[in-house]
Design a binder for this molecule. Sequence first.
Ligand code: FES
Ligand SMILES: [Fe+2]
Length: 328
Amino acid sequence: MQSLIHADLSPAPMSRRTPDQGFPKGWYRVADSGELEAGKLASLSCLDEELIAFRGADGEARVADAYCPHLGAHLASHDGAIEDGRIICPFHKWNFDAASGQCVHIPYSDLPPSPVGLKVYETREIDGMVLIWYHPEGKPAEFEPFASDIGDDPGAWTLFTTMSGVSTAPFRDMLENLFDTAHIEQLHRSASVPEVTGVERTPYGMRVNYRTDPENTDVAMTSMEMHFTGISLLAQRFVGEAFDTRFLHSYTPIDRERFFKHSYLYVRETGSAEMTQAIGKAFAERFVFESEQDYRVLNYKKHIEQPRLCAGDGPINQFRKYAREFYC
Ligand code: FES
Ligand SMILES: [Fe+2]
């Protein structure tokens, strides 16, 4: 029998769930540093664009438009290659300088009188992530991303695990979840809601400090802080009497409908392999459990511009005010 009733709930199109605000300006993770090999063109889709990523002869991670401005070949198709610092289009073999994106050679013609080139994104490599700067109006980077303290002493840390997935939640509502205190008890059934003690604007975005009561948290947490780079990267620091962990989360829109989330969990070496493993396992399991609960709701929700908030809802509007700064 045909029916209007959904057998399974599926996310409604974003056009019905959030106003089209474009993507916020910011730094977006596109790859792990280790995923880019010298001399190889990788292809990826994000921010409603098709891109290529590669490591030039100078070792720099670079990201550029995937389509050749000549007649639109995908530069990573067929035998498209990067050689001697030049990207060579597979179609008519135009050469593009890998650093600037400018066309520097056409095998069968002089260069056209007006310069032609690929768009090359500003990139940074921080904490093992390749990040690109995106601005809806194409403006240059306005701030630098937050770098965790893992880089200060990499040998002291174990990358316990990475976790990734695709979400259909409205992009701008996702980090709001961290400020929605009521859902921590109601959805997650978690007893302790850490109290925000300070919100500080920083060059990269925002730092949030929490009050923790080791007696009252199930893991005896002594300190907790979060660093937001815009609204696309989040670094969390959790410290307890017996552990020191970092979560690095990244959120990258694939297109209007979906974004890719990727998290790294680092655990500071304890000197005992079993102990380090046990800490990592406890944090990873808790994170997976809670994020699955979140996304069972977030993936279908609508962005309500004027929510009807009540006492106990947490500093949602404060977060929204911050998030608005990144939309143009
Ligand atoms: S389409 Fe790239 S050289 Fe012609
Ligand atoms: Fe949550």
